[in-house]
Structure formats: structure tokens, C-alpha cells
Design a binder for this molecule. Structure first.
Ligand code: NAD
Length: 360
């Protein structure tokens, strides 16, 4: 199979963390004989500086022709005063819409070694490993009609439309069932079917799909209860699938259960398994250029890329094991440092992961 990867370092700490992730990618490429080919391109602020636009045509053309994209992060104060239409974030949104990346996979993993970083009691979260599959291009964030209008009475009202077509639910459902097959085989669909018709249909389609995936155990939960359960007993979940707005909120909540955004990867996938992989954090301008950023979220994004887009599960697992090993060794970048461990730089963390891969 072709394994063509487009690397987009982006802005701020992006180039530093992607540099380390690329070393890891190169090593597993050699170790596992994956035949990965790489291209590099600019997006976000760095593209604005060079070409005047956040998503240059060359970048988009490479993005369309590759099998997977690895992105650092975009944005920073340097570009904050620009017109909304050419801000760095537009580069990201342009990639998502042009590549039709409708499925957002956000794992929330808490390595037992970092349990103290969570705001919840360690015993509730140690070993947490859940995946939220969020629909990214539909639902109330995009539904028409929308707007603010003035009623006959002269009072203003704001309105949005919560709409999902059957095919939109089915395609995100398939991604979630398939993700559950690759993990613990449990899928919880989150909706508000007691109030919202759009999610009554959502639930019906999920039930229909369940017949095609007998190896996955499907359950349903209302979103208010899901929010409660996430902070009460998060380890009960394996995979959660939900719409755009509920997923937006629940995935941030789940990320914070782990207490360290420098550790969490994410994926945005299309219908054929092509995806863009990136850490959930931003470009961290406050620490950019200092060599102290945590590269592990980006390194774990490489693992997700190998698993979901490049059919290289063994290499994905090797990277995840290497990350666990360096945490066992007490290696910590500043954001996850605690007494008794060894504080390391971005590059030293990369070195440690490479060494752990070699020693497996
Ligand atoms: P941020 O995630 O960049 O930073 C929040 C805090 O977390 C900062 O203190 C930062 O130093 C720290 N942090 C983030 N990643 C880290 C890492 N890998 N290692 C150590 N510490 C880390 O969020 P922000 O400050 O709100 O945004 C900064 C810029 O990033 C803005 O321009 C924003 O628009 C952009 N942003 C981009 C993306 C993306 O590219 N997907 C996502 C979010 C924010």
C-alpha cells in the first residue's frame, strides 16, 4: 500500500515537537520496513509569512494527494491582528473542509505514571484509556437556517438548526464501530433523544449499524448523564460516539481528566481512512523556541496515524510502549514534571523515545 505522509510543522512550538515526532516516524519506518514517503509544506502563520495566505495552493495539492497528514499547531500573537479571512486557523479549517475530515478521534489516556496530574482522585483515573469520536462537519454548528432576527414585536431572537442526515450519522457511526473493534469492543452513543428529534434519528441509525458489528457492544446515554459519568467513573467508557456540539464539550472535559494537554493526540478522518493527525494543544507561543515543549502528544499522534491511516498497528504499539517506557524511567518535560523525576528538554524526550524503541 502507498504510505505518503505530508508533514506540516506549523507555528510556535510546532516545528520543535514535529521535529521529534518525525525522528520517531523515521525510526519505525526503518525498523518495520513501512516504505513511508514524506513531504513537507507550510500552513498557518508560517505560510502567511511566506505566501500571504494560511493555506497555499501547493500545500492543499500535497494534502489532497497524500495518505495522511501530521500537523504541529498553528497560530500565535504575531498574526492575531490580521483579518479573520486570512488568520492561521483558516489554514486548518480549510484543510478539514477540503479533505472532508468529518470524524474527529480524541483519545483521553492517562498513563498511570501521571495519575497525580489529574484533578480527579488517582484511583478514578489511573490507566484511563477512552476514545471520543466526534462528528466534526455537521450538526448545530453548521445547520441552516441560522442567524439573529428581529420579531414583529421588535424583540431580537437568535436561532440555529440542529440537523443530521441519515448518511452523516451512518458514516460517523461506522468510524466509531470500527474504532471500537480495534480497541475494547464497547461503544457508547451519546445523544439527547428524550428531547431532540435529530438525535432520535441518530439513535435509530446507530441501532441499525449495530447489526453489522456484532463484535461491538453498543449502548446509549443521554448527554447530561454522560457528562456526569465522565467525571464520576470515566474508566467505564471504551469508545464514545456523539455529534459535533456534544463532542466538542465532552472531549475537552475528557482531556482535562488527564491533566496534561502535552500528552494527548488526535485524528480527523475522512470516509476512506485518510486523516490529519495533531496534538490537541495549540502552538504555545509562551514557550516557543525554548526547547522545553512536550513532544509526546505529537509522537502519539504518529502512533494514531500508523494505526488508523497507514495500516501499521505493530509500529503504532511500539511507539505507545516506548512512551510508557520513558515515563517509567522518570523522564518528564516541564509541563508534566514532579519531584523525584528527571526534567528533560524537547529533544532529550525525543532521544529517550528513540532509545526506548531501540531497546524493545
Ligand atoms: P495552547 O494549547 O497553545 O497553550 C496553553 C498552555 O499549555 C500554555 O501555557 C502552553 O505553554 C501549554 N502547552 C501547550 N502545549 C504544550 C506542550 N506540548 N508542552 C508543554 N506545554 C504546552 O493554547 P493557547 O495558549 O490558548 O493558544 C496559543 C495559540 O495556539 C493561539 O494562537 C491559538 O489560536 C492556537 N491554537 C492552535 C490549535 C491548533 O493548531 N490545532 C489549537 C489550539 C490553539
Amino acid at each position: 500500500m502507498s504510505r505518503n505522509v505530508l508533514i506540516l510543522p506549523g507555528d510556535g512550538i510546532g516545528p520543535e515537537i514535529v521535529g521529534q515526532a518525525e525522528r520517531v516516524l523515521d525510526q519505525v519506518n526503518a525498523d518495520f520496513g513501512l516504505g513511508i514517503e514524506k513531504n513537507h509544506a507550510l500552513v498557518g502563520g508560517s505560510a502567511i509569512d511566506q505566501y500571504g495566505v494560511p493555506l497555499p495552493e501547493d500545500t492543499l495539492a500535497l494534502a489532497k494527494s497524500c495518505d495522511a497528514l501530521l500537523l504541529g499547531a498553528v497560530g500565535g500573537p504575531k498574526w492575531d491582528a490580521l483579518d479573520m479571512a486570512i488568520r492561521p486557523e483558516k489554514g486548518l479549517l480549510g484543510l478539514r473542509s477540503n479533505l472532508n475530515l468529518f470524524g474527529n478521534l480524541r483519545p483521553a489516556i492517562l498513563y498511570p505514571q501521571l495519575a497525580e496530574a489529574s484533578s480527579l482522585k488517582p484511583e478514578l483515573v489511573a490507566g484511563l484509556d477512552l476514545l471520543i469520536v466526534r462528528e466534526l462537519t455537521g450538526g448545530i454548528y453548521f445547520g441552516q437556517p441560522r442567524g439573529i432576527r428581529t420579531k414583529d414585536s421588535g424583540e431580537r431572537e437568535g436561532f440555529n438548526t440542529y440537523v443530521y442526515s441519515e448518511s452523516e450519522v451512518r458514516r460517523i457511526g461506522r468510524q466509531a464501530f470500527e474504532a471500537a473493534q480495534k480497541r475494547g469492543g464497547k461503544l457508547c452513543s451519546v445523544d439527547k433523544a428524550n428531547v431532540l428529534e435529530a438525535t432520535v434519528l441518530w439513535r435509530e441509525v446507530m441501532n441499525e449499524l449495530a447489526a453489522e458489528y456484532p463484535d461491538v457492544e453498543l449502548s446509549h446515554m443521554y448527554v447530561d448523564n454522560a457528562a456526569m459519568q465522565l467525571v464520576r467513573a470515566p474508566k467505564q467508557f471504551d469508545v464514545i460516539v456523539t455529534g459535533n456540539m456534544f463532542g466538542d464539550i465532552l472531549s475537552d472535559c475528557a482531556a482535562m481528566l488527564t491533566g496534561s494537554i502535552g500528552m494527548l493526540p488526535s485524528a480527523s478522518l475522512d470516509e476512506n481512512g485518510k486523516g490529519m493527525y495533531e496534538p490537541i494543544h495549540g502552538s504555545a507561543p509562551d514557550i516557543a523556541g525554548q526547547g522545553v515543549a512536550n513532544p509526546l502528544a505529537t509522537i502519539l499522534s504518529v502512533a494514531m496515524m500508523l494505526r488508523y491511516s497507514l495500516a501499521a498497528e505493530e509500529a503504532a504499539q511500539a511507539i505507545e510502549k516506548a512512551v510508557g517506557d520513558v515515563l517509567d524511567q522518570g523522564m518528564r518535560t516541564a509541563d508534566i514534571y514532579s519531584e523525584g523525576n528527571r526534567k528533560v528538554s524537547t529533544a532529550q524526550m525525543g532521544d529517550a523515545v528513540l532509545a526506548a524503541l531501540t531497546n524493545q
